[in-house]
Design a protein. Sequence first.
Length: 292
Amino acid sequence: MLTDAGIAAEAFVTDGAGSATAQAREAMRRGCDTILACGGDGTVHEVLQSLVGSDVALGVIPLGTANALAADLGLTASPAKVVRTLLDAVPARVSVGRIHFHDKDGNPGARYFTVAAGVGADALLMSRLDARLKRRLGYVLYLIEAFRIWATHSFPLFEAALPANGNGFGDGKGRVVEVSQLLVVRVRSFGGVLRYLAPGASLRNGNLSMLAFKTRSRFRYMLFLLAVIAGRHTFAREVELVESPSVECRARRGCNEPLFVEADGEVLGSMPVRIEVVPHSLNLLIPRGAQP
C-alpha cells in the first residue's frame, strides 16, 4: 500500500527487547524521514527512544495488546485502514515525558514515554504480566492480575515531591506528600474502559498530569476504578489530580518493600525517580481531525 502511494518503504522485524530501538536508529542513519511502529505501546516505546529530538516522524500502526497511543490518535481501525489514514496525516511537534530511574542493579537510567509512567501498583501489575499469557489472553490478563494485586498488595506509601512552581498538592509552593501510587498521564484518552482517566492530560500539555493516590485503602481504589469505568470519577483528598512540570519520588525512611517503576507499560526498575516534560521533542504523525 505504501509502495502504491509512491513511498519507498522497508520492513524490519523485531527479534527481542531493544531491537526496535536499534532498528529505528539504523533507519534514521539510512535517511528515512518517517518510521511506522507496528505493534503495541511497548514497540512504540522502543522506537521512541531513537526519535526524540530528531526531525524524523513517528507513525503508529496498532498491532499490540495495549494500543493506548493509537487510541488517543483515533487509530482504532484495521491496520490497512490505519495506513491509509496515516498517508494523509500531518507531522506535528508534541511534548513527551522523560523518566529518570534506577535499574535492577542500581544503575541510573532514563527513558522517554508518550502514554504514561507510574510508580507503585500499576508498575507491579506490569511486572507480573507473563509474555506468553499476554499473547494468549490479551487484555483479560491485565484484569486478572489487577484483581490479584488489589486483593493482596499492601499498597506501601512513598514520598512524592513537587517543585516550587508545581500547581498541585495545595499551595503551589512545593510540597512532599506520601502516596501509594503516582500515575503520570500524557494521553487524553486510553481507549477501552479507562478512556479519559486524567482530565487535561495531552501530548500538547507542557505540564505532567498526575493521579496521586494518597491512600492505602483497597475500598477507595475500587471505588475510583468503578467510577472511571462509569465515566463519573472525581478527585478529592484521597485521589488528587495534579499538574506540574516535574515530580520526584523516593522511598520512605525504613521502607524495605520494593516499589517498581514503569513507562508505557515497560517495567524499568525502582526509585528514586524523577519525571519531567521534554517540550516539543517528537515529530508525531497526527491524523486529520484527531485531537491527542
